[in-house]
Structure formats: C-alpha cells, structure tokens
Design a protein around this ligand. Sequence first.
Ligand code: ATP
Length: 371
Amino acid sequence: MTEQNTAGQDVHLAGISKTFGDFHAVRPLDLTIPAGSFFALLGASGCGKTTTLRMIAGLEDPTSGTIVIGGQDITALPPYKRPVNTVFQNYALFPHLDIFENVAFGLRRRGKKDVKKQVDEMLELVELGPYARRKPHQLSGGQQQRVAVARALINHPQVLLLDEPLGALDLKLRRQMQLELKRIQTEVGITFVHVTHDQEEAMTMADTIAVMNAGRIEQLGAPADLYESPRTTFVANFLGQSNLLAAQVTGKQGDDLLLDVSGCRLTLPAGRTGADQERVLIGVRPEKLTLTHADDAGSVAEGRNRITGTVLDASFIGVSTQYLVRSPWGQQISVFEQNMERDTRIAPGAEVVLHWNPAHAFAVDADQDVH
Ligand code: ATP
C-alpha cells in the first residue's frame, strides 16, 4: 500500500461484469470514479453494488473487463497489492486484540512511529477513546463498526472502499458518522467508494452517485442532479418520492412542450425532456407542489401548472404537513407543505388546486413501467 495519500487515485472500470453461474450479478459496466471524490454506489439489496465493490477490492474476480487505479491495471493483482482498503459490513476485527491494538495493527506492522498519537486521535474521531482497552466482543455492533472504520483510515489508502459501513449504527450516530466520514474524506483527499442502499446517506455524503438496478448503472450524477432530473422511474422513486403523471404531448409553445394529463393542460420547459416523444411521464416531487383551496383558485399565479383535486388525508408530521390528494382521474398525489400555520391547514374532503412551477417538474420515458 502506498504511504502518501494526498491526492488519492482515480478508479476506472471498463466492461466490468460478474456472473454467478448464469446469473448476471453485474452487467458489463464502464465507470470512472475521479481521484479524491466521494463516490456512492446506491441501490436496493441484490442490485450488484457489493459485487462491484468486491471486484475493485480484488475479493471477486470479474467475469470480464479491467480495473485501473491511478493508471495501473490492477485487475490481476491480489487484494493486498492493491492501493485500497475495505471497511466491511461485518466488522472483521481481531477478537484477541483490544480496540487500541486493532486500530494500531497496520501502523505497527509497517513499523510506524507516533502510533499512540495517531491511534488516540483516530479513536477520538470515532468517539471510542474510553473504549481503547476493551476487546471487540465487549463493544456493541455499532462501536465495533466504528473501530473498523478507524482501522481502515489509519492506513491512509489511496482508495477506501466502504460496504454499508454505518449500517449497524443507530440513526443519530449514523448521521454524525456520515458527516465525520465526509469531513475526513475532504481532509485526506483520498477516493472513497461507498456502497449503500440508503439514498439519504448517499446524498449526504457523495459528490457523485451511481444508482444501480439489476446489475446496471441506471443513472450517474451529482445528488442534486439525480434528484431534480431523474431519467427513469426507478431513479425518480428510489431518490425520494415522486408523483408521476402520464401525459400526452400535444404541441409546442416557444420552447415549452404542451402536455395533456387527462384533460388538464400543462407545460414543461425545454430541456426537461430529451427525445421527441408522444407520451411522457411528468414527475413532480411532493414538496414542489402547493395546495390552494378551490375557492381561492384565482390567487394562483399565472404560468404555474395546475390540476384540481380532493384532499383525502392530511397528516401533521412536525416539519411538514403531508397531504394525499385525489386527482380527477383517480390518481393519489402526495404533497408536502412546510411551515404551515395550524389554521391554514386544509382538511380532508376539501376541493383544492394543486399547482407548481413548470421548471420544477421533470420528465421520464413513459414507455417504462412505473415502479
Ligand atoms: P446487498 O445490499 O444485499 O448486499 P447488493 O446490491 O450489494 O445487495 P450483491 O451482494 O452485489 O448485491 O449481489 C448481487 C446479486 O448477486 C444478488 O442477487 C446475490 O444473491 C448474487 N450473488 C452475490 N454473490 C454471489 C455468489 N457468490 N454466488 C451466487 N450469487 C451471488
């Protein structure tokens, strides 16, 4: 393993695939992970993200393709010769060593000085200072996982591979560790490749997310771009909630597309949909929708898209009120309204107008299934 870690290294996967028997766990994929970036492989259980990570680590032989790290083809190298370190789901700590020695292990093996200082700092970082002399079995699962993170980081790998490393932590600690890991990544500048099924975690931590589905990368991009402009129904629904409205394209007005959704005329700005299609699914996030009483429909600003509906349910959940609204064609539409005053909340049964800024919608290909 290389000692210097100031720049990290980029990772190129070219035509990488993995089959188990005749099952395609990872379909041939090409991927470039920029040096020094925080990259997340995000997807549901079984989509192939761990297998992809294990191929980078050298723990799984690819069925096809090559892996290049920092310009070096490492496809045939054994794990210990690769400039990577992995934090596993199962902590893989040495049971006979105490926590301090678990973290110190890599430093001692390489004859490093300053072991105590570095280990103490690392244990403090993961909030395990008082546990230094305990054995792994005397810690909770979450604490053990934090030891595993500390032990990997202390070796300063060029690329750190993390396989659901925070999965065992409770929510509060998990959030704290997400920010900690992100800060550490920024400080040391190495490349992090993080596998998770948790979209909020991926969005909190990563510069770039690859959303995986059934062995393929469905979409790659910055968290905000994926959220605001998902290209598929899968991505639209995996990253937060979406209301997807089946629309017929009826024409153009300037650069805007004119759409018909069951008799409602809507517009979509240019650039929000790619190919010339007759049918598209319009996606609107619940928090981009505003509810106005039908009686006040005149107060809705010009230029906003609008549909009518009936409120089915209103749930106050502290930070927002979540509404379920039935459209005239029977679709249930979710709306999140923030900071509502108690007396301005709209009761179930009310007739409403749902409206949104056309630029806040996105379009996905209507020929795909809505998941
Ligand atoms: P999870 O979050 O549950 O770990 P994942 O997205 O990381 O899911 P993988 O572990 O990469 O998924 O597995 C992808 C698919 O390949 C799964 O259907 C899994 O059952 C299968 N698979 C993984 N390893 C093997 C193996 N050694 N032999 C056969 N099938 C395997």
